[in-house]
Design a protein around this ligand. Structure first.
Ligand SMILES: Nc1ncnc2c1ncn2[C@@H]1O[C@H](COP(=O)(O)OP(=O)(O)OP(=O)(O)O)[C@@H](O)[C@H]1O
Ligand SMILES: [Mg+2]
Length: 377
């Protein structure tokens, strides 16, 4: 008989996703909190916050599996707020029968859930005598309520609803969420995952246990990278490991991806290979963007920025760091560099609190346009 082995995920960041507490790098305080909650069968509402690639989503999954045990499958749900907000009503309108006709690869679990949500939201409007389509906010509220409100019979007294990318909730949605949290507090616990605490309603913050995920130290990242390299039989020298850790900017997903890309093109990874694969796109596009700004083509610069953040998925902090490097590399008047770097430092600080980093980086581009113009006068 031929043995069929399960396929391994092709992305190492997925393959090495922690599935138990001992596989996490860093986060000691957070992990000890979560472990003791499960031990004590205590189920608070929680907010996990911190930068990308620090283990928030991985931790919520391990926690929920431990906390819910055998009831995990029926008592756990994860909803991505941004995905729901961005799903057009025309898509949610499709019936389950419509979806069943599609190929498996063309429909997701969310599509099916939203199909039910749409019908529920529409019915709720109808009972209030309204025949209009539900709007995005009503759809989102219904999506949350539908899971939060149902009782299930299980050993564990609660269900867990995770809201990913919860930064996408606006003020009205936060108000509605707070009410939902209160109404269903006997059956459902909420875990919100977000990058920042700024912009959150104090009413929600005060009802939640707040756990902060921090970027691991350079040494921790280096150790993890060396371990993965050895599991994958990759030859990498100390300079290569250090470069991966440094360029990851504290994001473990990024560190692992970088190792994988660097290893793909060579039999032995060094500092040079890492910089070569890492720098290409971002370095080139940031250079072009700054050149546009300096030469007064603000709209072009802004468009490049939008592509970097929204399409190519770079973090605002990466873009701002690369702008800094680019400014230093340019042969500019010392006075111009100084003014530009001062402005950059100000924006960089704002980015740590920002809900919409695009706005702040756009302001930086506007300043560069101005500085460039002044420099020519
Ligand atoms: N603390 C960690 N320990 C070990 N691996 C980690 C850790 N954090 C992140 N990773 C690696 O990065 C990947 C992404 O992690 P995860 O999805 O938990 O990040 P996140 O904090 O939710 O990021 P985002 O804010 O971008 O959603 C994991 O699959 C894993 O490979
Ligand atoms: Mg996540």
């Amino acid at each position: 008989m031929r043995l069929v082995l399960p396929l391994e995920p092709s992305l190492w960041s997925v393959k090495y996703r922690p599935t138990s507490w001992d596989q996490f790098v860093g986060q000691d305080t957070v992990l000890s909190h979560l472990k003791s909650l499960t031990q004590n069968q205590s189920f608070p509402n929680m907010i996990f916050y911190g930068p990308s690639g620090t283990g928030k989503s991985a931790a919520v999954e391990v926690y929920a599996r431990e906390a819910l045990g055998d009831d995990y499958a029926s008592n756990y749900k994860l909803l991505n707020v941004r995905d729901i907000r961005e799903m057009p009503v025309s898509k949610a309108k499709r019936s389950l029968q419509d979806l069943a006709k599609l190929d498996q690869s063309e429909r997701t679990e969310l599509d099916e859930y939203m199909s039910l949500v749409y019908r529920e939201a529409k019915a709720a409007l109808k009972t209030r005598g309204q025949s209009k389509e539900p709007n995005r906010s009503q759809m989102l509220q219904t999506a949350i309520r539908m899971f939060a409100s149902t009782y299930t019979f299980s050993e564990v007294p609660v269900k867990i609803l995770v809201l990913e990318e919860a930064d996408a909730l606006d003020n009205n949605m936060q108000q509605a969420l707070r009410r939902t949290m209160e109404i269903y507090s006997d059956v459902t616990r909420f875990i919100l995952i977000t990058h920042t605490l700024s912009g959150w309603s104090p009413a929600i913050l005060s009802r939640s246990l707040i756990l902060r995920f921090q970027s691991p130290s350079l040494e921790e990242i280096e150790k993890h990278i060396a371990k993965i390299a050895s599991s994958e039989n990759i030859t990498i020298d100390d300079g290569g490991v250090a470069a991966v850790a440094k360029e990851s900017l504290g994001d473990l997903r990024r560190a692992i991806n970088l190792l994988q890309v660097a290893a793909a093109g060579t039999s032995s990874v060094t500092e040079r290979t890492v910089y070569e694969v890492n720098q290409t796109t971002l370095t080139r596009e940031v250079h072009e963007m700054v050149s546009h700004a300096f030469s007064g083509k603000f709209l072009k610069a802004r468009k490049t920025l939008r592509n970097l953040l929204a399409l190519e998925g770079y973090l605002a902090s990466e873009v701002s760091l690369e702008i800094q490097r680019d400014l230093v590399r340019r042969q500019l008047e010392p006075e111009v560099v100084r003014t530009a770097l001062e402005r950059l430092a100000e924006i960089d600080h704002r980015l740590t609190q920002a809900r919409n980093p695009f706005i702040h980086l756009t302001a930086l581009l506007a300043s560069l346009t101005y500085i460039g113009n002044e420099g020519q006068n």
